[in-house]
Design a protein around this ligand. Sequence first.
Ligand SMILES: O=C(O)CCC(=O)C(=O)O
Ligand SMILES: [Fe+2]
Length: 285
Amino acid sequence: QRQAFTWRSYIPLLLLLTVLTAALTWLYLSLSDEFTETLVSRGEVLTEPRIFLVQCSEDYENHKRFPGCTPTKCGRAVTDSVVTKEEAQILKRLAERGLALGGSDGGASILDLHSGALSMGKKFVNIYRYFSNQISEVFTEEDFKLYRDVRGRIQKVIAETFGLDSSQMYLTKPTFFSRINSTGAKTTHDEYWHPHIDKVTYGSFDYTSLLYLTDYGVDFGGGRFVFMDSNSNRTVEPRAGRVSFFSSGSENLHRVEKVVWGTRYAITVSFTCDPDHGIADPTLP
Ligand SMILES: O=C(O)CCC(=O)C(=O)O
Ligand SMILES: [Fe+2]
């Protein structure tokens, strides 16, 4: 009898806690919505670049300037008309084949075409050395041709958008495929979600581009790209064949949301203005 009474006396408190939790969750969600703007949704198809200019940071002033390339016009842009769905599909299959040979124990794996670095467990191996006899089953000359072609088109659209001389831009490293799923991180290499500035993280980058190979909300959940501006978050929803590009300085602080289900594939292709940091297109060894 007494026991039952004790139990019931907690019910109002439990109810209150439930209501409070619900109210706080709602407040949190509506506030984060308020400060999040979708720049391009997955369902839209951009037949020409959608451009968002922002003021250049001072980052470029501490580096050697290369006229015709060093950012004087900064910002971000997204286009769906540079790479076709079919090309994205071919590149995704290539990424799948390469990454199937290894893969991180955690949620984020990479395959760097230039250095050959492939995530393997908690480390990396060189795919060209480690899998030298299988390499011809993974990549063909055609695949590398497609990569070169695509990178040339991306370079051109970046040059047109920011008013650059495309011949003064150089591919730089790392240039890699990424595969992200919802498995928890096992090492810091798996922690792709931290806010960062590419010019700081990668040093040589002046322009970053991302080519998405899978669709947000269809192939995976979470995993939107977020520009973190001082007053709001601005997201780009990945779509197969979509190219997103931006100047790499602190005017474009960004992060990737955690992937909560499915698998997200992308390629990072970046450019430097400094010929000393340029690399040749990846080739079969
Ligand atoms: O995959 C993405 O959307 C962005 C990845 C990224 O920020 C990076 O590689 O620096
Ligand atoms: Fe980045």
